[in-house]
Design a protein around this ligand. Structure first.
Ligand SMILES: Nc1ncnc2c1ncn2[C@@H]1O[C@H](COP(=O)(O)OP(=O)(O)OP(=O)(O)O)[C@@H](O)[C@H]1O
Ligand SMILES: [Mg+2]
Length: 238
């Protein structure tokens, strides 16, 4: 469904992605793992149209989306749940969900129905529909960030480190949600610092180190310890 080919993205003189290629298949969970500064967020931003690559292509369903602006990329079906669960803190829960639907040409009735679906999936959000998003707990904000992404009706949901800074129990809940979304047919491309959890849900994973993809395979093809070591440290185990 998503196909990234030979993408080079730089910040000024710093080459953050040095020609990366990867694929995310429909209905699968694909994970991108790698140490801090490896280029994970840059990959997400490039796919989402927030950054434009110097060269290379990003294709969705066989269509080139490489040079589209971020709002157009969203309407093509790529939604990003950004790092640090950026919700609009001074809007309430329901307003945040409505904001997620801004790119759609949908009737008010369709949008209301979709918000109902989000509440069904995340009951704590319904209880807090009038609460300012900035006052939600970290786990609730993550639910809201995911819900807002789903409001775009994406073909593929990109999630950048959804578990970061959350307590272990909440992390487990977020991963349950990821699994359930996938069972309901949502294609997911996930960046995670929690390599063990990521591998437990992944159909396929990639390792990125210093702006290059250094490994791809299914969990089990590389020993878990080795993956985790490289995901954190970016070096092969001695
Ligand atoms: N706005 C920016 N300006 C200049 N350099 C940047 C910018 N954003 C990122 N970089 C650099 O690009 C490289 C990749 O950063 P990126 O944020 O993609 O890494 P990451 O894998 O997401 O790391 P983390 O695990 O810490 O989130 C790093 O060397 C970083 O310093
Ligand atoms: Mg990052």
């Amino acid at each position: 469904m998503l196909s990234v080919r030979e993408v080079v993205t730089s910040y000024g003189n710093v080459k953050a992605l040095r020609g990366i290629s990867l694929d995310a298949a429909e209905n699968e969970i694909t994970c991108l793992l790698g140490p801090n500064g490896a280029g994970k967020t840059t990959t997400m931003f490039t796919i989402a149209g927030i950054l434009t690559p110097q060269s290379g292509t990003v294709m969705l369903d066989g269509k080139d989306v490489t040079r589209l602006p971020a709002n157009k990329v969203v309407s093509k079906g790529i939604a990003l749940v950004p790092e640090n669960r950026l919700v609009f803190p001074r809007l309430n829960v329901e307003e945040n969900l409505y904001a997620g639907a801004y790119s759609r040409r949908a009737s008010a009735a369709e949008i209301t129905a979709d918000i109902k679906d989000i509440y069904r999936r995340f009951p704590p959000l319904e209880e807090r529909r009038d609460q300012l998003a900035g006052t939600l707990s970290g786990g609730e904000q993550q639910m809201l960030a995911i819900g807002r992404g789903l409001m775009t009706r994406p073909k593929i949901l990109l999630m950048d480190e959804p578990s970061i800074g959350l307590a272990p129990l909440v992390v487990a809940e977020i991963f349950n949600t990821i699994r359930e979304l996938n069972e309901d047919g949502v294609t997911i491309f996930l960046v995670e610092q929690n390599a063990r959890m990521a591998l437990s849900v992944a159909d396929k994973f990639y390792l990125i180190e210093n702006g290059e993809i250094t490994f791809s395979g299914s969990p089990g093809e590389l020993e878990e310890d080795e993956v985790i070591h490289r995901a954190y440290l970016g070096t092969q185990k001695e």
